[in-house]
Design a protein around this ligand. Structure first.
Ligand code: BGC
Length: 421
């Protein structure tokens, strides 16, 4: 399928955060357990599984031309090796609906949630996972490839390492010496919780549970990249014209005196060390929300008096432009902004965020940085993982008791920006 879309301007979601009732996934299992680390369970989330037509129509009416969403592996392959044709038909309808509305789908094959069975088999630290992932991706390409042009294999492939870094930082502050490069000796309270999590996956209590969102080892990091490469190659074998990339969570890394070396290391860990695995890719997905300032002692808190979002991040829409131009110094691959956004209940701040972020994107393009699109996080107010429904990232408000949609002014504003690209 060929596209004449030009610059992709749209919004993003992820299956587990919006669809509802993702019952075969690891996240669902963890949300349901006693003493869950999730504030609340996702349940019917934003019921996007049933309401995708309305959601896609609202996007099109606002003037957007692209929609990034994820296909849920746990729905397609609820048990190892058993595929659900009904779910293929469901996603086919979503893809068709995008096409009917003049929206280019950008499909993510894995966005944090995994099938529960995968975690029982060792999850994201197991040598078997790349093959399982590639097998699922090949199947989807066979069934749905003709509807797709853009595929992101793995959302935020670097997330596990970033989580490991945060855990390491936390432990240092608590006076616990972390082991470098391997799994952590977490504090007692965490360990007790983790020990119980194993039983959810039918594993003996205390067995390490390796979801996508547990701190990653260096070996696990390499496995994720292998999964990406194998999935890419498997999908390309079926659909050679698919444009395929992975996405990365990237801060705008800035430096205060004495933080230079640490800043270089963060950028290398977050991005540069992945470049050899991306050589055969068609684009790189970039996801940025704020900046990180590195000082002598590591990451510094947001500057005194700065505006922060519901997530506690510094309001810093300039981050996206800075990261794009930094990436372009290290790679010639096209860059696609697959997420950028702000959790706030004041939509005027979202509009301001979008205005300044897109300004940065436009300037990058003028400087020759090959940015092929901007997909805002998120289309809908949704389930923010462990934080539950309290954080509102959406361009469209969702009333959780009635599931009624109300577009916010930022949706129309984003659509109106099409004229600048
Ligand atoms: C993730 C999203 C998440 C967003 C906001 C990204 O890291 O891909 O799933 O909702 O950040 O926190």
């Amino acid at each position: 399928m060929n596209t004449k879309t030009g610059f992709l301007l749209g919004a993003s979601t992820a299956a587990h955060q919006v669809e509802g009732n993702n019952i075969h996934s690891d996240c669902w299992a963890l949300e349901q357990m006693e003493d869950s680390s999730y504030k609340e369970p996702s349940l019917d989330a934003a019921d996007h599984y049933n309401r995708y037509e309305e959601d896609i129509r609202l996007m099109a009416e606002a003037g957007l031309n692209a929609y990034r969403f994820s296909i849920e592996w746990a729905r397609i392959e609820p048990e190892e090796g058993i595929y659900d044709e009904n779910e293929i038909r469901h996603y086919e309808s979503v893809l068709k609906c995008c096409r009917d509305n003049g929206i280019e789908p950008v499909v993510t094959m894995h966005h944090f949630s995994s099938p529960k069975w995968l975690i029982s088999e060792g999850g994201w630290e197991s040598e078997k996972t790349p093959e399982y992932f590639a097998r699922y991706c090949r199947y989807v390409a066979e069934k749905l490839g003709r509807w797709m042009n853009y595929v992101c294999t793995i959302n935020e492939a670097n997330m596990g390492l970033q989580i490991a870094e945060v855990a390491r930082d936390m432990m240092m502050k608590m006076g616990i010496k972390p082991q470098v490069g391997v799994k952590f000796e977490l504090p007692e309270a965490f360990r007790a919780k983790q020990a119980k999590e194993a039983t959810v996956f039918g594993l003996p209590e205390g067995t390490p549970v390796n979801t996508f969102l547990t701190p990653r080892s260096e070996k696990g990091d390499r496995l994720i990249m292998r999964a990406h490469e194998m999935a890419r190659d498997a999908m390309k074998e079926i659909c050679p014209d698919l444009k395929i990339g992975a996405t990365f969570s990237l801060f705008d890394i800035q430096t205060e005196e004495g933080g230079e070396e640490a800043a270089e290391k963060v950028w290398r860990d977050d991005f540069s060390h992945y470049l050899p695995y991306l050589e055969k890719d068609d684009f790189i997905g970039i996801q940025n929300y704020t900046r990180k300032i590195m000082g002598k002692e590591g990451g510094l808190p947001a500057p005194e008096g700065s505006e922060t979002t519901q997530m506690g991040y510094e309001f810093y829409p300039e981050g996206i432009g800075h990261v794009l131009s930094r990436m372009a110094k290290e790679t010639d691959l096209p860059l696609l902004v697959t997420e950028n956004g702000i959790a706030t209940d004041d939509d005027t701040r979202r509009v301001e965020y979008i205005r300044r972020a897109l300004d940065g994107v436009r300037k990058c393009r003028e400087d020759g940085v090959p940015v092929i699109g901007y997909l805002h996080w998120s289309l809908l107010d949704n389930f923010e993982w462990q934080e539950g429904f309290s954080k509102t990232f959406g361009l469209i408000a969702v009333d959780r008791s009635s599931q009624k949609r109300t577009p916010k002014p930022s949706l129309a504003y984003l659509g109106s920006m099409k004229k600048n690209f």
